[in-house]
Design a protein around this ligand. Structure first.
Ligand code: MG
Length: 158
């Protein structure tokens, strides 16, 4: 039996914040605002897994008012939902994700993101697709004000 889930996340960009995507810190003038480390890609994948499990969303499991998740490493949050999936008898089969950022260009970092995410998801890197997009100068991404990520996850019986 298979289950599919979809995830989406947006974070505002601001000076003086780190930019972390897929667990990789990327040199950038502006980083993502948020209660945790604001890793939009990890959050979208986390929400996709929770969606596949019909277990609510990331805000239910890791409330942004909870001091435990202040500056949290989002790969650890992801690891917790992978564990939650395993408790329900499911494992990740593959992930496909988009991450949209105007600058810097993400392509040089994609392989490292895939490897870090794959490690947490307990799959091979060739089961984690991350595609770098821009906003073509349009909308909040295009104006350099936001980073947006989307993910689809397929779970299968462990
Ligand atoms: Mg988020």
């Amino acid at each position: 039996m298979f289950r599919i889930g979809i995830g989406h996340d947006t974070h505002r960009l601001a000076e003086g914040r780190p930019l972390i995507l897929g667990g990789v810190e990327i040199e950038s003038e502006r980083g993502a605002e948020g209660h945790s480390d604001a890793d939009a890609l990890a959050h979208a994948i986390t929400d996709a897994i929770l969606g596949a499990l019909c277990e609510g969303d990331i805000g239910v499991h890791f409330p942004d008012r909870d001091p435990r998740w202040k500056d949290a490493d989002s790969l650890q949050l992801l690891a917790r939902v992978v564990w939650l999936a395993s408790q329900s008898g499911y494992r990740v089969i593959n992930v496909d994700a988009n991450v949209s950022l105007e600058r810097p260009r993400l392509r040089p970092h994609i392989q490292e993101m895939r490897e870090r995410l794959a490690h947490v998801l307990s799959v091979e890197a060739n089961c984690v697709s991350v595609k770098a997009k821009t906003g073509e100068g349009l909308d909040a991404v295009g104006e350099g004000r936001a980073v947006v990520a989307q993910a689809v996850v397929l779970l299968g019986r462990a």
